[in-house]
Design a protein around this ligand. Structure first.
Ligand code: F6P
Length: 467
C-alpha cells in the first residue's frame, strides 16, 4: 500500500523523468511512465508535494518546470554531445560494464568523464533552487554519483540519500577507474547510501576505506566531519499491481490465447529482458540449444520464447549483442524447428504490462539468468503473477534476487550444461514440487513491497535508527 508519510519536502532525482512525451499529430502531451520506481514514489510526491528532476529523453527541448499529475517535474535537457559523452559514453560504456564485473571492457575516455562531470553539475544546478531548508533529496543510480557532493558543497542543511540500482563491483575491479576517488567522494557526501544487497554494500565500504580517507566499521563511515550510513535496501515490486493484473478476467483470456498459439500441449519456457549483455540471453540460448541437441525434448514438446526489450541501441556492445542473439535464434530454429513448430520465438519489442503478465501466466518455466544483476525484478514479477501456485523459476546465482528467492532453481548462468540440465529438471518437475517451491517464492515476494522499500529508505534518510 502507498505509505503515509510525514516527510519534509522531497526531491527525487533520477536520470529518467517519470513521464514520457507522447506525440499526437502536431501536438504532444506528457504521460506517466509505467514502471516500479515511478509507481512507488509518485504517491509520495503527490501527497506531500515535491519534485522529480530528470532527463526527458532525446536531444534538447524545454527545461521549464511543469506540473503533471500532482508532481512538479523539472527536466534536465541534454545536448547531442552530452547524450554521447554522459549517457552512452561514461554511464553506459564505462560505469555499466565496470559495475557489472567487467562483462564487457569498460572504456576510460577522458572526454566522457568531462561530460559526466558537466551533466552531474547540470543536475545539481537544477536541484538547488527546488529544495527548501532541510529538504530531503533522494538521488538514484550510477548516472548521478557526483551530485551528492556538488549539492552538499552548496547546501550543508540538506538530507541527501543515494540509491544504487545496479551492483557495485569488488574494490579490485573498481580501482581500475582513473576517477575512482572522485566518484567515491561524490557519493560519500550523502547521508544514506543504499544498495541492493549486503555483499554489494560491503564492496562499497571496502572501496571507500581503501581509496579515500573515509574510516569506520560496520555500516557507518566517517569522512571529515560527515557520517554516512551505508546499508542494503533490496528493491521490491508493487505486488498488488501484479496480482490484480493476474486476477483480471482479460488476463485469463490472454493467457489461454497465448497457450493456444504456442501449442497447448507444448511446454513453454520464457525469458524477458532488456536486450543487454548483462542479462545472459546469448548463453541462455546456448543452453536451450543444448536441451534440444540432447534429444529428450524436441520442438514438438517445448518452445522457448525470448522477449527482448530494445535498449541503448547506439552503444556498440548492445548492437553487437543484438546481432549475436538474432544469429543464434536463426541457427537454433534452422536446426531444430519442425514444420509449423518454431523452437525459439524471439520478440524484439516492449510489451504492455497486461501482455507481460499473460506471458508470465502462460510460462511453465521462467528463465531469469543474468550474468550479473543488481536485483532483477522480472523474477519477482513472475512469482507475483503465478496466482495458480505453479510454474518453475530458474534463477541466476548472480542476480540480487537470488538472496531472497532461495526456492528458485538456482543456476550458474555461465554453465551451459548446468543450465541445460536445470531446464530439463524444470520441464519434468512434478506439480507438487512446483507448488511447494512457488509457495515459498510467493511468500518471499509478499514479505515487503515497493512502498515498504521506499518508506524504509526515506525512514533511514530522516534518521530513524530502525529503518
Ligand atoms: O537498471 C538500471 C537502469 O538504469 C534502470 O534504472 C532503467 O530502467 C534501465 O536501466 C534502463 O536504462 P536506460 O535508462 O538506459 O534506458
Amino acid at each position: 500500500m502507498p505509505p503515509t508519510n510525514n516527510d519534509r519536502s522531497l526531491v527525487i532525482v533520477a536520470n529518467r523523468l517519470p513521464v514520457q512525451r507522447v506525440r499526437r499529430g502536431t501536438t504532444s502531451t506528457w504521460q506517466t511512465s509505467p514502471g516500479g520506481l515511478v509507481a512507488a514514489l509518485h504517491p509520495l510526491l503527490r501527497k506531500h508535494g515535491g519534485s522529480w528532476v530528470g532527463w526527458p529523453g532525446g536531444e534538447g527541448g524545454s527545461s521549464r518546470a511543469f506540473r503533471h499529475d500532482g508532481m512538479d517535474i523539472k527536466p534536465v535537457t541534454l545536448s547531442a554531445g552530452q547524450i554521447e559523452g554522459f549517457y552512452e559514453g561514461f554511464s553506459n560504456g564505462t560505469l555499466w560494464p565496470l559495475y557489472h564485473d567487467v562483462l564487457r571492457t569498460p572504456r576510460f575516455r577522458r572526454s566522457w568523464w568531462r561530460s559526466y562531470v558537466e551533466v552531474n553539475q547540470k543536475f545539481a544546478d537544477a536541484i538547488e533552487p527546488l529544495v527548501g531548508p532541510g529538504s530531503m533529496v533522494w538521488i538514484h543510480d550510477y548516472h548521478l554519483q557526483l551530485v551528492p557532493k556538488m549539492l552538499r558543497q552548496r547546501r550543508a542543511d540538506l538530507r541527501i540519500g543515494f540509491f544504487l540500482h545496479i551492483p557495485f563491483p569488488a574494490p579490485e575491479l573498481f580501482a581500475r577507474m582513473p576517477w575512482r576517488a572522485e566518484v567515491l567522494e561524490g557519493l560519500l557526501a550523502s547521508d544514506v547510501i543504499g544498495f541492493q544487497t549486503r555483499a554489494v554494500a560491503q564492496n562499497f565500504l571496502r572501496a571507500s576505506r581503501r581509496l579515500t580517507r573515509a574510516t569506520g566499521s560496520g555500516c557507518t563511515l566517517r569522512l571529515d566531519d560527515h557520517t554516512i550510513r551505508v546499508q542494503p535496501f533490496p528493491i521490491a515490486i508493487d505486488i498488488e499491481e501484479f496480482e490484480s493484473l493476474a486476477n483480471a478476467e482479460s488476463a485469463g483470456e490472454r493467457t489461454r490465447s497465448l497457450r493456444a498459439k504456442f501449442g497447448p500441449k507444448r511446454k513453454l519456457v520464457l525469458g524477458v529482458d532488456r536486450l543487454d549483455y548483462t542479462k545472459g540471453i546469448d548463453v541462455r540460448l546456448r543452453a536451450i540449444e543444448e536441451v534440444l541437441r540432447r534429444g529428450e525434448f524436441s520442438a514438438r514438446d517445448m518452445c522457448f520464447v525470448q522477449i527482448a526489450v530494445p535498449s541503448r541501441e547506439n552503444v556498440d556492445d548492445y548492437a553487437s549483442l543484438r546481432r549475436e542473439v538474432e544469429q543464434a535464434v536463426g541457427r537454433i530454429n534452422g536446426e531444430y524447428a519442425e514444420p509449423g513448430q518454431v523452437a525459439v520465438h524471439y520478440l524484439h519489442r516492449r510489451l504492455s504490462r497486461e501482455d507481460l503478465v499473460a506471458y508470465y501466466m502462460a510460462a511453465d518455466v521462467m528463465m531469469v539468468t543474468p550474468l550479473r544483476d543488481g536485483m532483477n525484478l522480472i523474477a519477482k514479477e513472475y512469482a507475483a503473477s503465478r496466482i495458480d501456485g505453479t510454474g518453475v523459476l530458474l534463477l541466476s546465482e548472480f542476480a540480487g534476487a537470488a538472496n531472497e528467492l532461495r526456492q528458485a532453481v538456482l543456476v550458474n548462468p555461465f554453465d551451459i550444461d548446468g543450465m541445460a540440465k536445470a531446464v530439463q529438471t524444470a520441464l519434468t518437475m512434478p506439480p507438487a514440487e512446483q507448488r511447494r517451491r512457488m509457495r515459498s517464492l510467493r511468500n518471499a515476494v509478499h514479505s515487503y513491497d515497493l512502498y515498504d522499500w521506499a518508506a524504509r529508505f526515506l525512514g533511514a534518510l530522516r534518521g530513524d535508527q530502525d529503518a
